[in-house]
Design a protein around this ligand. Structure first.
Ligand code: PGA
Length: 238
């Protein structure tokens, strides 16, 4: 499997013009890189114009009276192939629970979208209040509960330690590697695992080549076209 590098633009940029510019620069910059799968998860509103291949979230119902929601079917119809589910910001700011995330994954799989399931250590706000702590594996198991075997090949995990997200303080290669191995062992399934958290063009390659991750989930650095292109090219180097 080729390494996957996912750009998570989050709630950026603020105009369609900037989104188009960033998208086109990245597309052009990675055009000749054949050994990496590049996924760009733009905000929903830019998907029809960019024809980006990824989204940052989806709802669990196909349609109906659910004001403000976007269904997996709608994403699929726009040409999306991937969807990020359970990002820590969704868990933290929108109180998404593992049960909600599990429903979203199942709904995404139903229409053939590949789910990028994010896992971290600290649990969501409600659980903080009850001061319950769950580790990554527990969280992961709740996220994928009830998913049938044949669908596992459409799931990708992203290990994103909270302390590393948007802080400029990435997880050490050694620690990330240990975590990847532990998740893999506990899970006992062949699911690709990505690393996310303060990735830049200097550290990107090591997470794939030294820590053995199957790819990366890139936040802040994906908003800078040149930096993101460098990340992709550095990982692509054989
Ligand atoms: P970051 O974000 O690269 O800005 O740390 C990663 C993420 O939130 O997916």
């Amino acid at each position: 499997m080729k390494p996957i590098i996912v750009a998570n633009w989050k709630c950026n940029p603020t105009t369609q013009q900037e989104a188009k510019r960033l998208f086109n620069l990245v597309k052009k910059g990675v055009k000749d890189v054949k050994n990496i799968e590049v996924v760009i998860c733009s905000p929903f509103v830019y998907l029809p114009v960019l024809k980006a291949n990824g989204a940052q979230d989806c709802f669990w119902e196909g349609k109906g009276a659910f004001t403000g929601e976007i269904s997996p079917k709608m994403l699929k119809d726009l040409g999306c192939k991937y969807v990020i589910i359970g990002h820590s910001e969704r868990r933290r700011y929108f109180e998404e629970t593992d049960e909600m995330i599990n429903k979203k994954i199942k709904a995404a799989l139903k229409v053939g979208l590949k789910s990028i399931l994010c896992i971290d250590k600290v649990s969501q706000i409600r659980e903080h209040q009850r001061s319950v702590k769950m580790n990554e594996v527990h969280r992961l198991k709740k996220g994928i509960k009830g998913i049938i075997k044949k669908d596992f090949k459409k799931i990708i995990l992203a290990y994103e330690p909270l302390f590393a997200i948007g802080t400029g303080k990435p997880c050490s290669i050694d620690k990330a590697k240990k975590m990847r191995i532990a998740i893999k062992k506990k899970l006992n399934k062949n699911i690709p695992i990505l690393y996310g958290g303060s990735i830049n063009s200097q550290n990107a390659r090591d997470y794939v080549k030294k820590a053995g991750f199957q790819g990366l989930l890139v936040g802040g650095a994906s908003l800078n076209a040149q930096e993101f292109i460098k990340i992709v090219k550095n990982v692509a180097k054989t």
